[in-house]
Design a protein around this ligand. Structure first.
Ligand code: ADP
Length: 368
């Protein structure tokens, strides 16, 4: 029997990098098979007692780990960087140039906790992997299709013009990934699908997708708006901020910390921001843990209901993220209400998200 000829091309590896303020998450893929070669996390960057002083050192550590697997750096053809805020400027994955770096820097005001760390990672990686294409993939990009009536706040319009105060939305890479996967599962083109995608992890957001594009989403100018989250309040009456400042003699920074780090599931329950802990505590009779779960569910239900009205027809409601994938009680609660109220019951899908794969796929397009 004639031997099959195996065509040997040089491997194409794509590295994804997700830099937080004190962490770097990375994943190395082989394309076009989309096979994961390795992944990992470096934490406590710059913290007291840590041997990793900055993002540059962290990236060097990532490179050492990759080299120790026998991978040649020349085979890494692209690096896909997660960048949280793309403002109105970046509506799709973008090859990083000096100009793009300056534009990401100009967005620091809109995402002071995220964009600076993202940029550190970009600069460090560009130095070490200088021959790879560096690509920025923005969390906000998928939501660039929001109509203006969905993104304008009812504030004096000059703040939008002056500072870009508007709703942007986040988790876009995740919402897009699960939407594409849903269209594969439903065997229907994405451009013909109306979906409500619920990303329920530590951060939580819901997106209304009409004919494949995002038309509304629950996070706003920052990732604080919308659903109840692990430690974030989501929607509140804005007047509460002044009330708390006055009653507790707090400065804006204190309130910012309360709303971002001490609220949400953790704030209501006083137990934990972790959903698993709340389920356990409720079982043991802890009423505030039970209340936190009810508030979480009800806020989600209201958003799904509002988006169903905005969409008119809902083909499927998709759940992803640790809570979305694992807590059946939440999916059933939403599904039951949808079945009662909507003319046609939407399909309920559970799709584990894979933001890294989505970033890698989008970066691979530039290599091809
Ligand atoms: P991140 O947003 O940081 O990626 P995840 O998507 O992993 O977070 O989601 C974290 C949340 O999912 C936590 O509240 C966690 O308790 C919850 N979670 C993860 N696994 C389960 C599970 N098996 N049952 C209930 N909740 C879970």
């Amino acid at each position: 029997m004639a031997k099959k000829r195996i065509k040997r091309n040089n491997p194409i590896h794509i590295l994804t990098v997700n830099c937080g303020s004190s962490s770097v998450k990375y994943k190395l893929f082989s394309f076009p098979e989309e096979k994961v070669i390795t992944n990992g996390l470096i934490e406590q960057i710059g913290e007291e007692g840590s041997s990793v002083k900055n993002h540059h050192q962290a990236i060097e550590l990532v490179i050492d780990r990759i080299l120790s697997l026998g991978v040649s750096l020349d085979d890494i053809k692209a690096v896909g960087h997660r960048v949280v805020h793309g403002g109105e400027k970046f509506v799709e994955p973008t090859i990083i140039t000096d100009e793009v770096i300056e534009q990401i820097r100009a967005l620091f005001d809109l995402a002071p906790l995220h964009n600076p760390a993202n940029l550190e990672g970009i600069i460090a990686t560009s130095k070490v992997l200088s021959s790879a294409v560096q690509v920025a993939v923005f969390d906000t990009a998928f939501h660039s299709t929001l109509p203006n009536y969905a993104y304008i706040y009812a504030l004096p319009y000059r703040y939008y013009e002056k500072y870009g105060v508007r709703r942007y939305g986040f988790h876009g890479t995740s919402h897009k990934y699960v939407a594409i996967t849903a269209s594969e599962k439903l065997k229907k083109p994405l451009s013909k699908l109306n979906l409500i995608t619920c990303h329920l992890g530590n951060g939580c957001s819901v997106t209304a997708i009409k004919n494949g594009v995002s038309v509304d989403t629950s996070m706003g100018m920052t990732p604080l708006e919308g659903l109840v989250m692990g430690t974030r309040s989501g929607d509140i009456d804005p007047a509460l901020i002044f009330f708390l400042q006055e009653k507790e003699s707090l400065c804006p920074k204190d309130v910012d910390k309360i709303l971002n780090k001490e609220s949400g599931l953790k704030g209501i329950s006083g137990v934990s921001n972790d959903f698993r802990d709340l389920l356990k505590a409720r079982e043991q009779g802890n009423q505030r843990a039970g209340l936190a779960i009810e508030v979480f569910k009800y806020r989600l239900l209201k958003y799904v209901g509002a988006y169903a009205m905005a969409l008119g027809r809902v083909d499927a409601i998709v759940f992803t993220g640790g809570i979305g994938e694992h807590v059946k009680e939440i999916r059933d609660y939403v599904a039951k209400a949808a079945k009662k109220v909507l003319k046609q019951s939407p399909k309920i899908l559970v799709i584990p998200t894979d933001e890294e794969l989505m970033i890698a796929r989008q970066s691979y397009k530039f290599v091809k």
